[in-house]
Design a protein around this ligand. Sequence first.
Ligand SMILES: Cc1cc2nc3c(=O)[nH]c(=O)nc-3n(C[C@H](O)[C@H](O)[C@H](O)COP(=O)(O)OP(=O)(O)OC[C@H]3O[C@@H](n4cnc5c(N)ncnc54)[C@H](O)[C@@H]3O)c2cc1C
Length: 744
Amino acid sequence: MSIDSEQHTSVVRSDWAPVDERRLFLGEGARFLETGVSPVSEAEQPGTAQHPFVLVDIMDGTLYSTSAEPGSGLTLQGSVDEPLGAVAPVRQHSSAPDGRWVAALGTGLALLERSATGELQVIQALGEPAADRSSVPLRMNDAVADPHGRFWAGAMAYDGDAGQGFLLRLDPDGSIHIVLEDLAIPNGPAFSADGATMYLSDTPTGWIRRYRVDIATGALDAGEDFIHISEGGPDGMTVDAEDCLWSAVWGGSCLHRYSPSGELLERIDVPVRQPTSIALSAAPPYRVMVTSATQHLEEPIDHDGRVITAEVSVAGRPAVSWRPSSQQEPQANWAGNLTYSSARLERPRSIDELARLVAESEQVKALGSRHSFSSVADTTGTLIELTAMPRVFTLDAEAGTVTFDAATRYGDLAAALQAEGWALPNMASLPHITVAGSVATGTHGSGDRNPPLASSVRSLDMVLADGSLRTFRRGDADFDGAVVSLGALGVVTTLTLDVIPSFEVRQDIYEGVSWDGVLENFEELTGSAYSVSLFTRWAGEDFGLVWMKSTQEPPAEVLGVTARREDIGLAGGPPEFATEQGGRWGSWDQRLPHFRLDFTPSNGDELQTEYLLPRENAVEGLRRMRALSAEIEPLLLVSEIRTMAADEQWMSGASGRETVGFHFTWLQREGEVAALLPRLEEQLLPLGARPHWGKRFATTDIASFYPRVDDFTRLVKELDPTGTFRNAFLNDLLFGAESGESRG
Ligand SMILES: Cc1cc2nc3c(=O)[nH]c(=O)nc-3n(C[C@H](O)[C@H](O)[C@H](O)COP(=O)(O)OP(=O)(O)OC[C@H]3O[C@@H](n4cnc5c(N)ncnc54)[C@H](O)[C@@H]3O)c2cc1C
């Protein structure tokens, strides 16, 4: 059926233009990803904020992202050694973006992740159903996740032999099922919004078939012919927000758009002979992006092989994620150095459900974004993530507060506040961590006048062990014990923080300062900007660098060194992972964290340790660590020295004293780091060092470092008499002989 162009206005509203000049051999897998604005968004993948579109060049094994604006270019997200058919985001097992993809790769399925150095790595093979299946070699082709969290992928013979191809389904439990066989080149699985209809094209046959999907099990019915295309072959597909199906017609230089009943609504000419896949943006500005191929073309002409784009009047839907079920999820912390002892992970959807769950469980621990390296969040009972709870964000300009739900990450909160002209006074280095988890462990940023982050908490609501809800407000008798709670008192559901008017910050890096200069001028140095961090590797005469976050013009010179004008990144990682440096002013949310929210700073391949010293002992502490540099350096990625003002929180590292944090990011060599820590502690504990609760340390004898520790243990016993929220970590460190368990 053809379209009378007099009667129908095209949904394409501009000329086609290339996104990039390069021609791909076999561009495919175009997808639009939802941006990481919401902590519960489907696709918080690196780069989505600016680059919501992704695509692959199959035979090169490359993954690209792009904004899909004309001429904006393709950004390489990484490449692998095998054909890469398509990817889908993996739904996060926590609210933090971990940047994982599920991929149709080589002869099977795999999980991919972008490493700290920007390479795309296979982190887990999920199965190789296309290996040794046929007498001819096969490879994976197009693939997509459906709205119910399953991943569907086609396999084909390299030369497209009829009958060799098949379609498989990866279920949330990790099982792989071959669901259709005897295909040639299966392409573009595409789903209706409710996931109950699947369209599949088999390109050389000209057919697009339609299947009913059993939403509960993923089973397909026998299917029916939907459309036959005779001029060219139907390749990649997508379903738009009006439930209309788009098909890229390989060899037909066009796209087709069909109504759900199969009426051809429009034939859209494109300046490429072999269009291969289509993605439509789900948010304005509405664009269509089409990939194409030069494969089999003797001489590419026009935009053959290029990724092309145009404005459209119809929205798409964001690509959904493969959602591994909780049994399948790696129950590990972000760094992977700790596998939680729990066999059960729950995501309650309401406060009532949460309260019931807590009251019914013998042992419970709330999880934030799993960024702690210690076992502070571990339990043998039920782990509870709050990512499915109702979202809360209420700004009270008159009171100068913001109230939000406990799954909220600092970076998301910061962006939402900045949009309204408000700010937080300080942030930690990483914006991906939850506020609830951070304040529970005494997390801090830097600055002589900036206390740890818990100081901004004005009140919090908590579900206690008996299922009751309690609000702790600043000024209440036990409030100072309830914020840095180590998760020992209950499950925090909402927090209210003080906010201040938005402000601008710039970051300047002074590289090459001397050890003598730092030791002699420590007091002055840490006070010379809003927030100052010193980075060192301890060895040699060169201390390292000073990283200043300033709200006023910073000093032109620091210890005889002038500021670098270019971005240098952090600890050898790519500069684009770090927030902008080079003295460029920007809003506080874009400068206070070291890492950018839309980049995953690393794959977690590290360990961290931090000791919080009373300020008066900091210089002596530096000298002592420097003396151990030969032992420290081989295991060290980088060390950071930060200062913080005193606070009143009973269990805070800065409780009652001005503090300097000695932070160590280690290579992930668990045994060697564990062996070294007592050596560090021999030197630092006598200086009054308190270990950071969320990081690795060795000592168990720390209770005496906290003057209010007895108040805290009293509060724990009062609110949680049966020890629902206790774990080996707490028993070991705070309840000693009363418990018998050890933190291991
Ligand atoms: C790359 C990286 C950078 C870091 N940078 C800094 C930094 O700059 N400064 C710093 O001080 N620390 C830093 N940390 C440490 C980090 O801030 C802490 O480990 C923090 O606790 C992580 O928060 P989370 O949401 O991941 O909490 P989790 O590790 O998930 O949990 C930590 C604790 O909080 C409790 N908890 C979480 N949510 C709740 C809730 N809703 N109710 C009750 N209890 C809860 C848990 O039970 C557990 O006891 C960094 C860690 C990493 C991995």
